[in-house]
Design a protein. Structure first.
Ligand SMILES: Nc1ncnc2c1ncn2[C@@H]1O[C@H](COP(=O)(O)OP(=O)(O)O)[C@@H](O)[C@H]1O
Ligand SMILES: [Mg+2]
Length: 248
């Protein structure tokens, strides 16, 4: 964490509730090429939430995460991340793992993660980068170029990059896709640890059991609409599968 909640709470002009709300979307719609991809999505995620977004392919999960990242704008509605709608200060609080790993192919894993850490002014950037890679089980390939890596390895390097600056909000898009069992457990452990330190986490994926096990809250999108927002403990794998209509 780079700033304490108490500093933010005391900041003049802070919007009511902004200190305790990580993500606030109100009536968010997004059209791409005239087609509705998100329709009137409203959701409030308090700081420290762990949320899984589920839904069929094309339901709008990745777009929702990109809107939350402030990398892409909404066509309509209001997006507030820690009370702000855009800008470098809010981006610095966000870690994002997208479909595209956003890594430099020609650089090594360590160079990629260190570069990102330096950009964010992380003290001891290189050693922190190495530690993140080791925690994610990719320390052995720290000096390998990203272009030589399998999808599952590059994915974990991307997660190391997303977490190296201690973000307050982690957006992880299908971060478990294609991982072997051991790697999946490592990634689950790293996410749970970040959450334990207060990071708000929003993931999306297709594994019903894993979503219920890891997250506190589950959102379901259907053709861009938020059709379910429920506490994980109130769901069973069967009821969630039914809600997903077999299209998770
Ligand atoms: N950059 C884009 N250009 C055109 N269509 C897009 C773009 N991004 C997303 N879409 C469309 O928006 C819909 C939702 O996509 P996406 O958010 O990737 O869904 P999901 O992650 O749930 O599979 C899909 O129909 C997809 O084809
Ligand atoms: Mg997607």
């Amino acid at each position: 964490m780079t700033t304490s909640a108490s500093i933010r709470l005391g900041r003049p002009g802070a919007r009511a509730g902004s200190a305790s709300t990580a993500v606030s979307l109100r009536g968010v719609s997004k059209s791409i090429d005239g087609r509705a991809v998100l329709s009137e999505v409203s959701v409030e995620l308090p700081r420290g939430s762990f949320v899984s977004v589920m839904g069929a392919n094309g339901a709008g999960k990745s777009t929702l995460l990109r809107v939350m990242s402030t990398l892409t704008g909404a066509t309509e509605g209001e997006v507030r991340i820690f009370g702000e709608s855009r800008g470098a200060a809010v981006r610095a609080k966000i870690g994002m793992v997208a479909h595209e790993t956003m890594l430099y192919d020609e650089l090594t894993a360590l160079e990629n993660v260190t570069l990102f850490a330096r950009l964010h002014g992380v003290p001891g950037a290189a050693s922190r980068a190495r530690l993140m890679l080791e925690q994610l089980g990719v320390g052995a390939v720290a000096h390998a170029a990203v272009r030589s890596m399998s999808r599952g390895v590059a994915q974990r390097v991307a997660l190391a990059r997303a977490l190296v600056h201690g973000p307050e909000l982690l957006l992880a898009d299908e971060v478990f896709a294609g991982l072997d069992v051991g790697s999946r457990e490592l990634v689950e452990g790293v996410l749970t640890e970040a959450w334990g330190k207060g990071c708000t986490i929003v993931t999306c994926g297709h594994d019903v059991e894993q979503s219920l096990r890891l997250s506190e809250r589950v959102l379901v999108l259907e053709r861009g609409r938020l059709v379910m927002d429920e506490w994980a403990h109130r769901l069973t794998a069967g009821s969630l599968r039914e809600r997903l209509g077999g299209r998770a």
